[in-house]
Ligand binder design. Structure first.
Ligand SMILES: Cc1cc2nc3c(=O)[nH]c(=O)nc-3n(C[C@H](O)[C@H](O)[C@H](O)COP(=O)(O)O)c2cc1C
Length: 181
């Protein structure tokens, strides 16, 4: 592979870290925690793969990594996002990307979604409070739709729906070396 790749991850409860390790092993590329990343650390690579979680509809930490990427001289940025939403919920995921990337970015930045789950045991206090507020809001809602009920059930406890098969599209994309052409 001509393309020199670095995978960077931002992970609070461990799901994104797990996917980053899977990607790193599959592509034999180094994997770095977001907290250790500097512009200097990114320079010297052709492609930066950045993985983070979906957080209230946003990509956690994306702004900072994009600023560092711009300064680093690396050529390509590839994004992956993990979340509680199952990959089967295509429309929800599409709306998520549209909320986070402009039309130009959608066509220029390769982006991949990977279902992961929820882990209350490892969540920060602030995140637990956000989840609690969402649970209270949905519980109090009158005339719940099917998707409200699904959401209520989905956030009621921890679960793990991570599977390496959801990392395969990104791995295959980079194995095909599409970016260095
Ligand atoms: C406060 C909060 C907000 C979240 N918002 C979303 C969301 O908008 N969409 C989604 O699919 N998952 C959402 N999740 C689930 C996380 O994205 C999911 O657990 C993710 O895989 C965590 O990654 P990590 O273990 O690497 O930190 C949210 C979780 C928390 C705690």
């Amino acid at each position: 592979m001509k393309n020199k790749i670095l995978t960077v991850y931002k992970s609070t409860t461990g799901f994104t870290r797990k996917y980053a390790k899977i990607i790193g092993e599959a592509l034999s590329c180094p994997v770095m925690d977001y907290r250790e990343v500097t512009v200097k650390a990114l320079s010297g690579y052709d492609t930066i793969v950045f993985g983070s979680r979906a957080h209230a509809g946003r990509i956690d930490g994306c702004k900072k990594i994009r600023e560092m990427f711009e300064k680093s001289g690396a050529k390509h940025l590839v994004l992956f996002v993990t979340g509680a939403t199952p990959n089967a919920a295509g429309e929800v995921i599409e709306a998520f990307w549209k909320q986070n990337l402009s039309a130009d970015e959608l066509s220029q930045i390769p982006h991949f979604y990977m279902q992961a789950g929820l882990c209350y045991e490892r969540m920060t206090f602030g995140d637990k409070m956000m989840m609690k507020a969402a649970a209270v809001m949905i519980r109090k809602k009158k005339d719940k739709s099917d998707s409200d009920r699904e959401f209520e059930k989905a956030i009621s406890c921890s679960y793990d729906i991570l599977d390496r098969k959801y990392a395969e599209p990104l791995i295959e994309f980079l194995r095909a070396d599409s970016l260095s052409q």
